[in-house]
Design a binder for this molecule. Structure first.
Ligand code: FE2
Ligand code: FE2
Length: 193
């Protein structure tokens, strides 16, 4: 159970990191620069592939169990279930716009910027709500049997980006994250003296 909570929290950390990479690209619109649309699509594809297919189904199972233990949580939990459906549609919409740009179909950059900015804001708010309202209650209320139900809600699969061996699709993104993390470590050790 503890390991499942730790994994749940770690996945949120991974998603937040990806959203910060996405935000850097979205900021380029504001600065009048051209974003890396391929990178944006890789990020959204991962969040769809892993988030929508594995992370969210397990959460949906955990939410349903939490609501049976604590009926007062039904309203916020219903909103989070709805968030998952909205995020699935928003990610599909953003991926469609990015694919249009990449295939050189005309699409206004303001349309892509708006789709990406909305997705970012919605996803960040969703993660923060789960961390603040759900994980602490799940830690207290869910039983060992509940956690077995949660685990069965979506098949285990190797994480295609943050797992031991990133798949070919995400090699570049994995390399960028490794470079960022080693740069931050160097800065920390330099600051530490
Ligand atoms: Fe969620
Ligand atoms: Fe989540």
């Amino acid at each position: 159970m503890t390991s499942q909570i730790a994994q749940w929290h770690a996945e949120h950390g991974n998603f937040s990191l990806l959203l910060s990479f996405l935000e850097e690209q979205v900021a380029r619109f504001r600065d009048g620069e051209s974003p890396d649309y391929h990178l944006m699509l890789e990020i959204v594809s991962y969040l769809r592939e892993f988030g929508d297919c594995f992370h969210h189904p397990r959460e949906d199972a955990a939410f349903a169990l939490l609501a049976t233990h604590e009926p007062r949580m039904r309203l916020p939990i219903n909103r989070l279930h709805q968030d998952h459906r909205v995020l699935a549609v928003a990610s599909e919409e953003l991926a469609a716009r990015l694919n249009q740009v990449i295939s050189e179909t005309y699409v206004r950059s303001a349309t892509v910027e708006a789709a990406a900015a909305l997705y970012l804001a919605y996803y960040r708010h969703h993660l923060a709500t789960e961390e603040r309202q759900i994980l602490p209650h799940a830690r207290l209320l869910l039983t060992a049997q509940d956690w077995e139900v949660v685990a069965r809600a979506a098949p285990s699969c190797p994480d295609p980006l943050f797992g031991d061996t990133p798949t070919q699709t995400y090699q570049r993104l994995a390399g960028m994250m490794a470079a960022r993390s080693s740069g931050e470590k160097k800065q920390d050790s330099a600051a530490g003296g």
